[in-house]
Ligand binder design. Structure first.
Ligand code: GBH
Length: 491
């Protein structure tokens, strides 16, 4: 592990807060415990076990439904200021709708929130990290416009239960994954491969559902409770592969995350104009009579615009973009390219890799990303709601993860101190090893290892946990060597 290079003042500003996160399906288990309904992940993995590496499911996962006290203990030991977790929608509303509320689910999150607050840790609650009730999956999931109302109703229930104690909310996690990625591959619980229409219907409904949840808070809860709300977008930083690809990179960014940010954060609202234009042209060429990216009415634009009190940024990686050459297949938008832009995405040549080939490690990208946000959306507070490193195997000596955190945080400090970007928080993905979607339990992101072969799901700190605890305690990247001592490897 290389010591911090002292290229800038290594101390974090006093307002900056450190955290770590998890998501309900990835850690909770207790899939049918105490009156919980099914989410689309429960149903999908029971119907198609072979879809996931090692036939893994989240039925038990890290068993945080029962072991949450340990998670709180770990969070306190690390000295976290934020713990970000998500609500499992059908754990609270077993039918997906508000006709039935599950008292055990209500109590679970209530106890967790109280325990965090008792340790001086602020909860950041994500309303939706892909735990869609199966009832709503059957009704068309995010392609059904009624989801806007249903998500609003769900949000109201959650605020009424916890807004007295929770002060920071994220409505929806990474809509680009559940819209663009799910519907372009068909591997995910929606099991629908429909690249032409579904991603864009989903995109539109997500924007409106987010805004609905925001407006409900604003009108019904803000008078009584303080609170900040935003959405957490996955921002893949895109660099031009050659000087000729500058314009393509601009379009790529607007296509990649502009569609999920511009309607909320831009001055004018609505879709990014360049993408609105492009999607109309492409759609007409394909014989459609209108754009596959359905336009917003002026009223809808105004409804969505400004519905965020901070910017929630999940950032993992950077890609290079270039025009497709003859023979290239501009595959799936978000990971390999875009048919609409006739473009290919590739890893930066200098990148290094953890265990996930689609997440090249490229720390400089995060600084560029942060500057881009300031330039385009103004001086809004930014919380880095996810950033983390993938490893495999039983590995407590994860110096690479500690390095990853240090190198990304160094770029964040440069953004704060040199570029004057208002970054106010940083949340490591993730607190503990969890169910990594299609990768099952092979890919690990945890500061703490979870022993998935043991019924107790024993949690053990990795070197990165000790390192991160030191950074938090010192509020600086300049930490003593003793902060990353070698672990004795248990197995
Ligand atoms: C985040 O997504 C998610 O918010 C979080 O839940 C997830 O655990 C974390 O990143 C790490 O992936 O295995 O074929 O499903 C970031 C985007 C989406 C990129 C899932 C990796 C895995 C491909 N990630 N994707 S697959």
């Amino acid at each position: 592990l290389v010591q911090y290079s002292r290229s800038i003042d290594p101390r974090f500003p006093p307002y900056f807060k450190f955290g770590a996160g998890t998501a309900a399906y990835q850690v909770e288990g207790g899939w049918n415990a105490d009156g919980k309904g099914e989410s689309m992940w429960d149903t999908h993995l029971h119907e198609y076990p072979g879809d996931i590496k090692g036939n893994a499911t989240g039925d038990v996962a890290a068993d945080s439904y029962h072991l949450w006290r340990e998670d709180v203990k770990i969070a306190a030991k690390l000295g976290l200021q934020y713990y970000k977790f998500s609500i499992n929608w059908p754990r609270v509303l077993p039918t997906g709708f508000t006709n039935k509320i599950n008292p055990a689910g209500v109590k679970y999150y209530s106890d967790l929130i109280d325990a965090l607050l008792a340790e001086g840790i602020e909860p950041i609650v994500t309303l939706y990290h892909w735990e869609l009730p199966t009832t709503i999956l059957r009704l068309g999931a995010w392609t059904n416009p009624l989801i806007v109302k249903w998500f609003g109703d769900f949000s109201r229930v959650i605020y009424s239960l916890y807004a007295d104690r929770v002060k920071t909310w994220v409505t929806i996690n990474e809509p680009i994954v559940m819209c663009d990625f799910y519907y372009n591959t068909g591997f995910y619980p929606t099991r629908l491969k429909d690249p032409d229409l579904a991603p864009f219907l989903c995109n539109r409904h997500v924007m409106l559902a987010h805004a609905k949840a925001y407006r409900i808070f604003e009108q019904e809860f803000r008078p009584k409770h303080e609170g900040r709300i935003s959405i957490a977008n996955n921002l893949l930083w895109i660099e031009p592969a050659t000087p000729d690809d500058e314009e393509l990179a601009r379009l790529g960014r607007e296509h990649q995350w502009g569609r999920y940010c511009h309607p909320i954060f831009s001055k004018e609202g609505g879709w990014p104009l360049s993408i609105e234009k492009l999607m109309l042209e492409v759609s007409l060429k394909q014989g459609y009579k209108e754009s596959r990216l359905p336009p917003f009415t002026e009223e809808e634009k105004a409804f969505v615009k400004g519905t965020a009190d901070f910017f929630g940024m999940n950032h993992y990686t950077t890609n290079m973009i270039r025009s497709a050459r003859p023979g290239d297949k501009p595959g799936i938008w978000f990971t390999t390219g875009s048919p609409e832009l006739n473009a290919i995405l590739e890893s930066p040549p200098e990148a290094t890799f953890g265990a996930t080939p689609i997440l090249p490690v490229y720390p400089k990208g995060i600084r560029k990303q942060l500057s881009w946000l300031k330039q385009h959306y103004g001086d809004i507070d930014i919380i880095i709601t996810e950033n983390g490193y993938a490893s495999t195997g039983h590995q407590l000596n994860d110096f690479e993860r500690a390095d990853f955190i240090k190198n990304y945080l160094e770029q964040v400090l440069l953004a704060i101190k040199v570029d004057n970007v208002r970054v106010t928080g940083y949340i490591v993905w993730s607190l503990i090893d969890s169910f990594e979607w299609l990768d099952g339990y092979n890919t690990k992101f945890g500061l703490y290892e979870v022993d998935y072969d043991h019924p107790n799901r024993t949690r053990t700190p990795r070197v990165s946990a000790d390192y991160y605890a030191c950074v938090i305690a010192n509020r600086s990247l300049d930490v003593p060597d003793s902060c990353y001592n070698k672990k004795s490897v248990a197995r």
